[in-house]
Design a protein around this ligand. Structure first.
Ligand code: URA
Length: 210
């Protein structure tokens, strides 16, 4: 992907995102819409995967048919909200390897601190798609990608539902080699680092917590 930021303007993505933003949308609908949008974002983020061919036999004849080249993809979910995007992507790419990164914000330094990291092997040979619905300050995404690069990943893409300009700028500064695919670029962050207009706390809305 050559662009650093791709906003997927497909009408179905935009329609479903509006339903997700509405404050009275139920947890069940929110989760279902997130899974549906993640399929459409996954379609976009995988659109330039390399293909090779394989000889197969159809009921009529032999043919050289296209198949994906190289090692299976790696998907890395940033806990916990990343799991809402992960489910949909896994439906589209069921053979992908899956990793998880857990980070919390240190209350004093406000910097992300790792509490869990389990990643697939041979990351250097895989396209790694990192998923987190909200690219807000970018601090946790940058820290997660730091960890993933330290484990060898060289080809990384980042998929989110909403991005704030602040988060996009932070990612561009720290990881200019990581293209971002999102359903929308919102206006700004508020004083509590929430994306505005946004959709609130993605994890809480997805899991029905407060
Ligand atoms: N995380 C969320 O869940 N929502 C925001 O608006 C920002 C970060």
């Amino acid at each position: 992907m050559s662009e650093h930021l791709t906003v997927v303007k497909h009408p179905l993505v935009q329609h479903k995102l509006t339903l997700m933003r509405e404050k009275d949308t139920s947890t069940a609908s929110f989760r279902r819409l997130l899974r549906e949008i993640s399929l459409l974002l996954a379609y976009e983020i995988t659109s330039e995967l390399e293909l090779t061919t394989k000889k197969i036999e159809t009921p009529l004849c032999e043919m050289d048919a296209p198949i994906l080249e190289g090692k299976k993809l790696a998907l890395v979910s940033i806990l916990r909200a990343g799991n809402g995007l992960l489910d949909g992507v896994l439906e589209l790419v069921p053979a992908a390897r899956v990793g998880f990164v857990g980070l919390y914000r240190d209350p004093e330094t406000l910097q992300p601190v790792e509490y869990y990291c389990k990643l697939p092997g041979e990351l250097e040979d895989r396209l790694t798609i990192v998923v987190d619905p909200m690219l807000a300050t970018g601090n946790s995404s940058v820290a997660a990608i730091d960890l993933i690069k330290a484990k060898g990943a060289k080809h990384i893409r980042f998929m989110c539902l909403l991005a704030a300009p602040e988060g996009v700028a932070r990612m561009k500064e720290a990881h200019p080699d990581v293209p971002i695919v999102t359903a929308a670029l919102d206006e700004c962050l508020n004083d509590h680092a929430y994306i505005v207009p946004g959709l609130g706390d993605a994890g809480d809305r997805m899991f029905g917590t407060k």
